[in-house]
Design a protein around this ligand. Structure first.
Ligand code: ANZ
Ligand code: ZN
Length: 823
């Protein structure tokens, strides 16, 4: 037979699948659906191995479940807005739309050469007005519900990307995209109230048993729920009694997770941004020094501030606070380790029981008062004691357990009217405005009379204008478009101006999976019936780097859609698989490292099936995968070995196949079906699934009798082809058509195994006498007790041990063990 020609075969089947619409998804009431979703790619211009891995894994699920008889939807699209397009526009004078469209066209072709089972009819690009119209529509619905607001905010600013960044987009003080050190700026910004859903986002984890534990715990951290109390401290200006007139008294509210330590608060710290500094400006004697410190803080990121070992800070001279329980006057500092925007931006400092406060107290010579005593001796002057214990130096609460004191002190404080129990979240409202062009225009108009007014629904979408200048100046390029900027107020008709900020691109990816369910609807984001037929996603596959942003935003967005009456479910993604990285020699493939293996080259040289097989075989999907050319060669050889099996199966032999050989081969076949099915369905262990097929291939090669064996070798071969279809679909289609399979193998039913056939003919049974294994016997599988007794009664070795003894118990557990008790 001819050699396997992957180039020809792969093209042929890709065309056939497309012509026959094999993977088109159509709602069928009553038929079980399966939604397989992969994270949509950013159209950077080139497919990389990470994509091949992500989409290869997705294709195994999609194809497998289709063969299992489910109604599968497996869509793809493009996360097409974002900065790189705009930067390319500034640099190369090419319009972002053009740049993006070109990249999509190229990557679509690359994707098609991989033979993934997508329903291309549902393809979307988030930069198309048909898509982002619905971003705008949903955004206005959120505004109507009070979930959207504008406020002046001290925001993260990337000087290189020239835009605002959400907190989540700054990591270790650097821009997530370009790694430049970020700055802080005060700007009027748009926010979405994701904090309204903080509790539900945590609670919802109960529904996500199909998610990796790691992702859930990252989200939990991110949302950061803390139970604690708010306590009011009185602040007085001046040190003499006369100076402290009551009209100068202010209240400083703090948040603490340790109300049990209230008696140990020996100073207070406010964030440099705290408004009380401004309010007490005239009273603070060293205001110059304080102002300098505030300025120095502005250059620091939150991470730097909270992780720095050196606890810097300045005392606010001339003002003091009163500890509400001890009545003692305590100093107030401003220090950058207290962050603005968390809690109240002010703390009571308890140096005896909080190490940060301890470091600070040591540096500034502040008394350290122990209020919690643990069971072991401990010197709080040396180090903070952060454990549990019993209250001391705490007035009427002495002797109370610190764990109980949390509640008791909070309630006591609340009764006296200077505090209350509260819950705090780290999660911040989602800052969504960006001063960039290539994103969804925020559909609002600023009217001098009516303030901020939403665009009328009939005027949507507000499309991006063409007459803009890309200056890279930091102001939204939309400001340079006269045609865009000037409008009439939709309410009163006065001359007004459009909002020129665009939306964070994380908005686009927060609901694209819902749009896939009804991708070309032009009168609604989607039809509710279609949405609820396909949703929730059965299996989502993507990178762990999206654990907190994308996967929290999407969950939030879906809950909002639910509350708008547009969706039924609470959670959009039932199961999540986070695939590992693709590395070369252990380090991530990246342009800057110059260690990229191009998917194009591999597909050209070895074929898509080989590329896919290698990626699925070399490591379990969740683990890191190290690229190896030897491994690729090995997969290519295996593909050819399956191809050549045709010859072997068709070879006539004059010998008759022995019944035992036939039975053995069939048993291996049924075992393999069971193994592959379980590995894909339950374990996601594609690598072990493939190696078990390899064993079956070996068994068929070494099986000596072929054409006159009553069809056994053909049946085994057919099974091999079926089992390999999710991994190497082109090869399998070609062989299937050559061995007379009906229709496309991609639509053929998955093979079923027969549990009876898996059973071995005979089993080895350990024989236990008085609790010790004394012998082993061989019995027919499922042998009866009578049979087993017979075997034992003819076994010399066992009879020897039973000699002169009385058998009091004889227990036989089928196919497992024989237990004999003698006296
Ligand atoms: C007194 C105290 C005593 C505290 C003690 C801790 C231990 P989480 O768990 O992260 O919520 N805190 C409050 N607001 C802060 C801010 N804006 N910036 C920096 N630190 C802040 O931490 C809450 C604890 O962190 C609070 O409880 C407060 O210090 C501090 F033995 O209050 B604690
Ligand atoms: Zn108006």
């Amino acid at each position: 037979m001819s050699d396997y020609n992957h180039g020809e075969v792969e093209k042929k089947w890709q065309k056939k699948w497309a012509d026959d619409n094999i993977f088109r998804a159509v709602e069928r009431e009553g038929k079980e659906k399966y939604y397989c979703l992969v994270m949509l790619p950013y159209p950077s211009g080139n497919l990389h191995m990470g994509h091949v891995r992500n989409y290869g894994i997705g294709d195994v699920f999609a194809r497998f479940h289709k063969m299992k008889g489910k109604n599968v939807i497996h869509p793809i699209g493009w996360d097409a807005f974002g900065l790189p397009a705009e930067n390319a526009a500034i640099k190369n004078k090419i319009h972002p739309a053009k740049w993006t469209k070109q990249n999509i066209a190229r990557m679509r072709e690359q994707l098609k050469t991989l033979g993934i089972s997508y329903d291309w009819d549902r393809e979307i690009a988030t930069c198309d007005p048909e898509y982002y119209k619905w971003n705008q529509w949903i955004f206005i619905k959120m505004w109507e519900k009070g979930l959207v607001f504008k406020k002046k905010a001290n925001v993260n600013w990337c000087p290189s990307c020239n835009t605002v960044l959400a907190n989540e987009q700054v990591s270790e003080g650097k821009c997530w995209r370009c790694s430049s050190v970020t700055e802080r700026k005060d700007l009027e910004q748009w926010f979405i109230k994701i904090t309204d859903y903080a509790d539900e986002l945590l609670e919802g984890h109960k529904e996500l048993s199909g998610w990796p534990e790691q992702v859930l715990s990252m989200q939990k951290n991110w949302i950061g729920k803390s139970y604690g109390a708010e306590v009011d401290f009185k602040v007085q200006a001046g040190s003499s009694k006369d100076e402290r007139t009551s009209k100068d008294t202010k209240t400083l509210k703090i948040f603490t997770t340790r109300p049990d330590t209230l008696f140990g608060a020996t100073f207070m710290v406010v964030a440099p941004e705290h408004e009380i500094i401004h309010e007490l400006e005239n009273k603070i004697k060293n205001i110059g020094e304080v102002a300098k410190y505030i300025e120095a803080t502005e250059a620091k990121s939150n991470i730097e501030r909270s992780q720095s070992k050196e606890k810097t800070g300045v005392k606010l001279e001339g003002v003091e606070a009163v500890n509400p329980v001890t009545g003692k006057l305590i100093p107030i500092f401003t220090a950058d380790y207290v962050l603005t925007g968390y809690g109240t931006g002010a703390i009571m400092a308890v140096p005896a029981h909080d190490q940060r406060d301890h470091d600070f107290a040591k540096k500034h010579n502040i008394p350290i008062v122990e209020v919690i005593k643990g069971s072991e001796p401990f010197d709080v002057q040396e180090k903070a004691y952060e454990g549990e214990g019993v209250l001391v130096n705490s007035g009427e609460f002495n002797g109370v357990k610190s764990t109980d004191a949390f509640k008791i002190v909070s309630e006591w404080v609340q009764k006296r009217g200077f505090g209350k129990k509260t819950i705090n979240f780290k999660l911040k409202d989602w800052l969504i405005s960006r001063q960039r062009y290539w994103g969804t225009p925020i559909p609002f108009i600023h009217c001098p009379k009516c303030a901020t007014v939403p665009v009328n629904e009939k005027d949507l979408p507000i499309t991006l204008p063409e007459d803009v200048e890309f200056t890279g100046s930091g102001e939204s390029p939309l400001k340079t478009s006269k045609s865009f900027l000037n409008v009439k107020c939709p309410k009163c008709g006065a001359n007004a101006q459009r909002e020129t900020d665009t939306m964070d691109t994380f908005v686009d990816s927060s609901w694209y999976f819902a749009r896939y369910c009804d991708a070309h609807n032009d009168s609604a984001p989607f039809d509710g019936k279609k949405l609820n037929y396909w949703m929730p996603v059965n299996q989502y596959i993507g990178g762990i780097e999206h654990a907190c942003m994308h996967l929290i935003y999407s969950r939030f967005w879906y809950k909002v859609l639910r509350d708008l009456g547009l969706a039924r479910d609470n959670e959009p993604f039932t199961n999540l698989l986070t695939q590992g990285m693709v590395t070369l020699g252990g380090s991530a493939m990246s342009k800057s490292r110059g260690n990229i293996v191009s998917p194009d080259e591999i597909v050209e040289k070895y074929g898509a099936d080989t590329a896919r097989l290698f990626i699925l075989f070399a490591a379990p999907p969740q683990k890191q995968l190290d690229w190896s050319s030897d491994g690729v060669e090995g997969c290519w050889r295996f593909i050819n070995r399956i191809w050549r099996l045709q010859d072997v199966v068709n070879t006539k032999s004059t010998n008759a196949a022995a019944d035992k050989d036939k039975a053995d081969l069939l048993r291996i076949m049924h075992k393999t079906i069971k193994k592959v099915t379980g590995d894909i369905e339950k374990e996601f262990q594609f690598n072990t699934a493939i190696s078990s097929v390899m064993e079956l291939v070996n068994a068929l090669y070494s099986y000596k009798f072929h054409s006159n064996d009553g069809g056994v070798s053909k049946e085994v071969y057919k099974t091999i082809i079926l089992l390999m279809t999710p991994f190497t679909p082109h090869l399998c289609e070609e062989i299937w058509s050559q061995i007379g399979g009906k229709g496309c193998i991609s639509a053929a039913p998955w093979p079923v195994y027969d549990e009876k056939m898996i059973k071995e003919d005979s089993v080895e049974l350990p024989v236990q006498i008085n609790g010790k294994i004394k012998a082993k016997i061989t019995a027919a599988a499922d042998a009866s007790q009578e049979d087993v007794e017979k075997i034992i009664n003819s076994d010399e070795k066992i009879l020897q041990q039973l000699k002169d003894k009385q058998v009091v118990k004889f227990i036989y557990v089928k196919n497992k063990i024989v237990t004999i008790v003698v006296k």
